[in-house]
Design a protein around this ligand. Structure first.
Ligand SMILES: *Cc1c(COP(=O)(O)O)cnc(C)c1O
Length: 239
């Protein structure tokens, strides 16, 4: 990274924080109730570390191998303590063990089998992994995540051992218009409320909203917004 790029990155981070803050004010929500997860899948480990040093210490990756690489790079640079990793993409079961060494919050639980496997491995490594259930609220077959019915079933069957289910994750999808994104997020929050009532459990986290739709997600109750491209404007599109 050039010095100019580092400066741009810091400015982008400040601007994104400001916009998230504004969205909270507009939604009459406490700005401290929303955390920005900086999605760093677009950039290398060094740029990711620059972002963390600028103050963005919740970092999201959608591919296990890149998460491992960056986690390793941070360790080599002596920068692990303040960073919380977030796994936001599909996790194959054969990659669980290595992934758990990074102690991530896993947003993308998309099957009961995956949840059980993470639970078992976490228990074996003697810690508890915080997870979110990825919901496909519209039921579109080309979207990732579980249907409402699958989620009900999963919670009914699940025994808390190595994992703690903290909430839901949803994606409106790229190119969705704001109105349908808003609808999508509202439905996700409603499902969360229903699950809490029905099972008498607390599901405080809602991971929803990306660069293009985070204000709508915040208005609907998001507690974790996953923002990538906005952070790297002017950096990715050079060359
Ligand atoms: C890439 C990605 C994001 C970030 O998207 P941007 O539009 O770049 O902000 C958020 N969530 C998931 C699951 C992603 O894969």
């Amino acid at each position: 990274m050039t010095e100019l790029e580092e400066r741009l990155l810091r400015e982008n981070w400040l601007r994104v924080q400001e916009e998230v803050h504004q969205a909270c004010v507009q939604a009459r929500r406490d700005p401290d109730s929303v955390k920005i997860v900086g999605v760093t899948k677009y950039v290398d480990a060094h740029t990711t570390l620059c972002l963390a040093r600028a103050g963005c210490t919740a970092l999201g990756e959608n591919r296990p191998q890149l998460l491992w690489q960056k986690h390793q790079h941070f360790a080599e640079q002596g920068a692990t303590e303040d960073v919380q990793w977030h796994m936001i993409g599909h996790l194959q079961r054969n990659k669980i063990r290595r992934t758990l060494q990074c102690k991530p919050i896993i947003h993308s639980i998309d099957s009961e089998r995956l949840l059980e496997a993470i639970s078992k491995e976490s228990a074996a490594q003697q810690f508890v992994t915080d997870v979110l259930l990825e919901v496909n609220i519209s039921g579109d077959s080309d979207k990732t995540g579980m249907t409402k019915e699958q989620i009900l079933q999963l919670i009914e069957n699940h025994l808390d051992t190595g994992v703690r289910v903290r909430g839901l994750m949803a994606m409106a999808g790229w190119g969705t218009d704001v109105e349908s994104a808003r609808n999508h997020f509202e439905q996700t929050r409603e499902l969360r409320d229903q699950l809490e009532t029905r099972f008498g459990i607390a599901l405080p986290e809602l991971s929803m909203g990306m660069s293009g739709d985070f204000p709508a997600a915040i208005a609907a109750g998001a507690t974790l917004v996953r923002i990538g491209s906005r952070l790297f404007q002017g950096i990715l599109d050079r060359d």
